[in-house]
Design a protein around this ligand. Sequence first.
Ligand code: ATP
Length: 780
Amino acid sequence: HQQLGGGKLSSQKRKKKIGVLTSGGDASGMNACVRSVVLYGLSKGCDVYAVYEGYQGLVDGGDFIRKMDWRSVTGYLSIGGTSIGTARCMPFKTRDGRLQAAENLIKNGIDSLIVCGGDGSLTGADLFRSEWDGLVGELLKTGRITSEEATVFKHLTIVGLVGSIDNDMSSTDITIGAVTSLHRICEAVDSVDTTALSHSRAFVIEVMGRHCGWLALMAGIATGADFVFIPEQPPKDEDWETAMCTVARQHRELGKRKTIIIVAEGALDRNLKPIKVDHIKDVLSDRLGLDTRVTILGHTQRGGSPCAFDRILGTVQSVAAVDAVLASTPDKPSPMIGMNNNQVTTKPLMDAVKLTHEVANAIESQNFDKALELRDPQFLDELKVFNVTTILHDNSILLPEHQRLRIAILHIGAPAGGMNSATRAAVRYALNRGHTIYGVSNGFSGLVRGCFEKLNAMDVDGWITCGGSYLGTNRAVPGKDVDMGMVACQLQKNNIQALLLVGGFEAYASLVELNKVRREYPSLCIPMSLIPATVSNNVPGTDFSLGCDTSLNVIVSSCDAIVQSAQSSRRRVFVIEVQGGRSGFLAVEGGLAVGACAIYIPEEGINLPRLQGDVEFLKSLYDTDNPQKSEGRVILRTESVSKTYTTEVISKILEDEGGARFDSRTAVLGHIQQGNAPSPLDRIRGSRLATHSVDFFENHTRDVLDQAHSKKQDAPMELCKQDDSIAVIGLCGVEVKASPIQELLPLTDMKNRKPYQDWWHRDRSLVDTLAGRSHSRCTE
Ligand code: ATP
């Protein structure tokens, strides 16, 4: 291949040269993007250039545009912000600036640009592309480029990645950096909680979001705040001060010792008057006499080290961005890489930007319903979740008496982050609907002993932020470990009309057993649902179970510490054992998030040729490392992958074979992976799934209860027998879906305790690709 940029240009097919830049406000996960563009681009045979300092680097050129190799991005995954720098660049907003930028690109031979930034950055990128023809013409006319260069660089390919902590871009469910920012907010609010509780104080906390209330709303759900203010939905009441005080007072009267109000920086009232934290503070102090403090979280929200979600999001979207570059044609509009329903998507960039601006316009014109409509569909659902799980001050969602149920909730299997959050939301929502809800201690073992306890709203106060299982959990499966007759008897004795299980595969197996014998026991003819909760993420009917995000974050932070140790020792490979039962989810997604150089998962097993290949691969890596800077590396191994090739055995083999090149150590993460406080995503997912579970119960009992009521009869014991009234309430993409157990059974590998098909397998090969396997780094 001919080198471009000053040299003679070849008309043969050229090597693709991709530039990558980060622009606008920094966001955690931008580095994962740069790393992934570089590594995946190289694996595809492209040259990749980092443009430092955003568009400013493009305008200034020279040393700001640097060719990257495999080693250039070492360690990027764990670093927050952007290591190649970002800037707000005024010159790029001018044609002269963009002319200079075009010349610099051409002189470096770059024909494709991947831009990671917010709507401003992406608008700038699209404008650059749309006027490219004119820019090239002018550069040629003024003699700044040759006619050959003008011919070769006739087209510029632009691909956008959305890096923004606000999650304010339409057409994608989530932007890179938003979830990390939410982590920081929740950590801060959790910390403020303890002082608020100690002093019985109120805190008004301002979070980022000029036109977007995503951070405020999610933080409100995830921390159990009393009230949130967001730009898209100002308080319905013009006199929002009174509305807020009513809620805060009522919560205090119920026994709450703290009041937490979360305010998006762009919060407005119905007349577009900004709602400011200091005013809220004065209202709470003056009207309720609360000792109130203001906390403005400011730049701490930019994030620091990215959470697992943003590392994975940045990585997989950037792979799609490189693919989009390779698939681009001059006639196609510039694409934006998004994430919709857990699938990476490619949509016209300017359509997304236009839609984003429409939200701001809708707010400005006081069309708040439209503003909400223009947000992603789950935003509305999440707003409902916040409203119905806070303690309401009115009876607006109370059901007629005859439709109210007696619901039992129990935890099954190993503890997982989010179990308590789900239980809290189920209790709060159920009570707000008028139901009675019982917590059952210690799963089905407790149920058969009659351990039912009526729960009220304050019993579960604070549960949202707590890991483990406050109800107590147990692996017993009815019909196998405990007597099915006893289960039916206790349900009948306590007149339970709906059963909510929160747990992993044992909970799924319990539903299967209950479903089998349901018609033999009238008391089992009630709606039953399962909220999947297990770190292994192996329950059919959901993309994500509660606890798996918490666990991934534990793996990420543990591996960061281990990599640091391995790096300090210069030439060390850590074999890290992760949980997962027969499911490789944690190893695959954790492997992507930490940049593992190999993973061993039960779905593939391990054998000698595989190990031998890995030894050779590691040798080749260490042979080509800079001896002054050689890397520490990690391998993730799922606990159950092989009885022979244990973590210790693999490590010993590596150590022996590595000889002078590298040594090896092990780390078994064990129960730490259940986490301490659940991650924000697990808290939010738990709250959503719980409210949908209560809706599910109501939908499957309403008709029969109405009929009995119209005939002036008592509610029958057999409320429902239909197959679809026993279901897993899971996340299909971002939507909550009830999947009847009957439909899930054919999709379930009961022996290996998992679904036959897992969505995350699509990421498996990426771990190897990004480690450099598909493309020999040694040849560089
Ligand atoms: P954030 O969401 O963090 O604000 P952003 O990408 O929207 O990120 P902006 O400051 O709007 O941030 O834009 C970043 C840079 O993108 C600007 O400094 C400028 O260089 C370029 N840019 C923005 N808008 C345009 C435009 N209309 N034309 C050309 N360049 C633009």
